[in-house]
Design a protein around this ligand. Structure first.
Ligand code: ARG
Length: 387
């Protein structure tokens, strides 16, 4: 892979704008009470509340205990209304990296995250929590939406080679000095771009051993393997802000494992992604003259069979939408039995294919937004120096 510019570990600018106001005490209190409420072995909450009050009064923020961080991150997953895979929220591994804010160090730990989570194919849910935003001192930001993203290159004819979704990130990486492979392809892994106020954004190439990928083949259509389709094994969301008890962690990449439809019915199929249905339909010899022949639906099923088949063959964890629908309904029941409501967003929970034959389709959900949670990231307070 091409070399990338080094990453100056500059000091914070003394004129940095305040990145975060003082922590919201009510939210901090609610969180500490929730933690103690769900963990009676911690004893009475008053002592911890007094500590948090004093620390916020003195510094504008407070530092979570190691236990609070683990609990907060797991509950943020439990409260993620868009996620169908929450049955295993208690199993989340939490990496406490709150002392890291230097972009190069953050990027290096992201590489470790990928190895730990990929685990040779037996994918483990992991979150790595880097330095929080503090008054006058913003934490680091990962600019990649996920740790692994495929480049998208815009051709002069308006066509795109690769993943159209990542045109912007590809552009940014190129401007920062990223050198794509001499022969550009549809699945070129982009470098990590990590930013911190007062320092140049840092580019780090992901080493091959951190990027587990699965070549896509079909159980009965041998020609499909020859198309060279592939997808990465671990989806690590890296541009969302983790908020626990009023404290924002802007860099807290987290992952579960894939559900097949995310790849087969969205990433490879959406018209604004890899848009493979028309090509595959012709290759399958289907009558594509009218949508009423349901040729798209037939291709979609075969593409999704190929994804599940390929991951299984490669020994990489993946789940299907029927199993995950049943698990989610089991999770809802468990949460209700524990006296909790489980917020869920129907439009995200219901799978993008065969919706009516999954159980999650046939009901309504609680739409409340609870904290801790993950929120859309922002670049508040961060002014990356882009040359
Ligand atoms: N849908 C996203 C993708 O296809 C990943 C979102 C998170 N998915 C997950 N299974 N944890 O890359």
């Amino acid at each position: 892979m091409a070399p990338v510019p080094s990453c100056p570990a500059e000091a914070m600018s003394p004129h940095a704008p305040s990145a975060a106001p003082s922590v919201d005490l009510a939210e901090a209190e609610d969180f500490v009470r929730l933690h103690h409420g769900e963990h009676p072995e911690l004893g009475p909450v008053e002592h911890r509340l007094a500590e948090v009050h004093a620390e916020v009064a003195a510094t504008g923020t407070y530092r979570h205990t190691a236990d609070e961080l683990v609990f907060g991150a797991r509950v943020a997953w439990r409260n993620s209304a868009r996620c169908i895979g929450r049955l295993y929220w208690r199993s989340l591994r939490v990496r406490d990296l709150r002392d890291l804010r230097d972009p190069k160090e953050v990027a290096d730990e992201c590489v470790e995250h990928l190895k730990l989570a990929g685990n040779g194919g037996k994918v483990r849910p992991v979150i790595s929590v880097f330095a929080p935003d503090e008054p006058g001192r913003p934490g680091p930001r990962i600019r990649n939406e996920q740790l692994i993203r495929y480049a998208g290159y815009l051709g002069s004819d308006g066509g795109v080679l690769g993943d159209r979704r990542n045109l912007g990130l590809t552009e940014e990486a190129l401007e920062l000095g990223w050198r794509p492979p001499a022969r550009r392809g549809p699945f070129d892994v982009l470098p990590l771009v990590v930013a911190r106020e007062g320092a140049d954004p840092c580019l780090v190439e992901l080493p091959g051993e951190a990027v587990l990928e699965v070549p896509i083949e079909h159980p009965e259509l041998p020609w499909l393997a020859r198309l060279g389709l592939r997808w990465h094994a671990v989806p690590v969301i890296s541009d969302m802000r983790l908020r626990i008890g009023g404290v924002d962690y802007p860099a807290a990449p987290f992952n579960g494992w894939y559900m097949g439809t995310e790849i087969g019915a969205r990433n490879l199929a959406d018209a604004d992604r890899y848009d493979l249905l028309p090509y595959l339909g012709r290759r399958m010899g289907l009558d594509t003259s009218s949508v009423r022949t349901l040729w798209k639906d037939r291709v979609l099923v075969e593409l999704n069979r190929a994804v599940l088949h390929s991951f299984a063959r490669a020994g990489v964890t993946i789940t299907d939408h029927h199993t995950e629908s049943d698990r989610f309904l089991a999770h809802l029941e468990k949460e209700e039995a524990a006296g909790r409501s489980c917020p869920a967003d129907w439009t995200w929970i219901v799978p993008p294919m065969s919706s009516g034959i999954t159980g999650v389709f046939h009901r309504y959900y609680d739409r409340r937004e609870l904290v801790p949670n993950f929120f859309p990231g922002d670049t508040r307070g961060v002014c990356p120096v882009i040359h």
